[in-house]
Design a protein around this ligand. Structure first.
Ligand code: AMP
Ligand code: MN
Ligand code: MN
Length: 293
């Protein structure tokens, strides 16, 4: 068995929907043998200084990053990773704040819909996040539903034990309480990343687009918008999906990145660093891996 990869280029902290503080995420990554790391909180770079400082102390190579949620055509939830960002860039900071305000709007609208559907919600943690300027996402909303004792009987009756069962009927595109985000488009997200000196990578393509041909056609549209790389190697991608993306990336001259998308040690799916396969394929991390040539 080849050793697992020593890079892991997505992880989340309490600054978005992860369970641990930024420094602790880095410590866990280092303990798992990660040598090249990026914290990729949703629509914020607030955890980057703390994570970068801890990475420097522990001797990890670190790329300043964020994961931007974006819309494109009929797709309302595509994720574009920005690496090697200048996190002091005032335009970047301002635009991320604007993206987070759209998050707060849509989570508020989804909370209203859940109430109309008869659920009870404890707003306090959502309000606290909004007032602190932190990104609010559907996982926080799901927690508010799952934790309220007033919903226990109904959730049991509907066979909902956690997020994996709550999302499909209520919180995914087309589901009963879902409200779409309005901005940015993928092209705008790529532009924002480039303007802050970064490289733009399409995260986990087959998490969001299920059809292979559509995936490749969508990739071409993103390449036209300036995309620099694709996350071929991802914890939920199977070998066929990985090989397809890798071949497409080589044909198009794109970087080939990978991650386990750590959200916390107790997370059902995204909990183990270095838990993805590269299947012996070439990894090209370009500037993220320190290659400036
Ligand atoms: P948001 O930031 O509001 O778009 O929420 C996106 C997050 O919701 C993702 O990063 C996942 O952690 C989570 N998520 C999305 N789809 C599902 C699903 N079907 N089941 C469980 N969690 C999901
Ligand atoms: Mn994502
Ligand atoms: Mn992620």
């Amino acid at each position: 068995m080849p050793a697992p990869p020593s890079f892991d280029l997505q992880a989340h902290s309490v600054h978005s929907d992860g369970a641990l503080g930024a420094a602790e995420v880095v410590e866990r990554a280092a303990a798992a043998g990660v040598e090249l790391f990026a914290l990729t909180d949703h629509d914020t770079v607030d955890g980057v200084p703390e994570a970068a400082a801890r990475a420097a102390e522990l001797g990890l190579r670190y790329s300043a990053a964020a994961e931007l949620s974006a819309v494109h055509g009929g797709h309302e939830d595509l994720h574009i990773l920005g690496y090697e960002l200048d996190v002091a860039d005032t335009e970047l900071i301002a635009i991320l704040e604007d993206f987070r305000s759209d998050r707060a709007r849509r989570i508020g609208a989804m909370a209203d819909r859940l109430r109309e559907l008869g659920f009870e919600l404890d707003d306090a943690p959502l309000v606290a996040r909004r007032e602190a300027g932190k990104p609010i996402g559907r996982p926080h909303l799901a927690d508010a539903v799952l934790a309220h004792p007033g919903n226990a009987e109904r959730l049991r009756a509907e066979g909902i034990a956690g997020k994996d069962e709550l999302f499909p009927p209520y919180l995914v595109p087309g589901a009963q309480a879902y409200v779409a985000r309005s901005r940015p488009t993928v092209a705008e997200a790529i532009e924002v990343i480039h303007a802050a000196g970064g490289v733009a990578v399409w995260a986990h393509p087959f998490w969001d687009v299920h059809d292979r041909q559509e995936g490749l056609a969508t990739l071409d549209e993103f390449v036209s918008a300036g995309l620099d790389g694709v996350e071929c190697f991802y914890v939920t991608h199977d070998e066929d999906q990985t090989r397809l993306l890798h071949a497409a990336a080589l044909e198009r001259g794109l970087l080939t990145t990978g991650s386990t998308d750590f959200h916390g040690p107790e997370h059902g799916r995204f909990s183990a660093f270095r838990g993805f396969e590269v299947h012996g394929l070439t990894v090209d991390l370009g500037p993220i891996g320190g290659n400036t040539g």
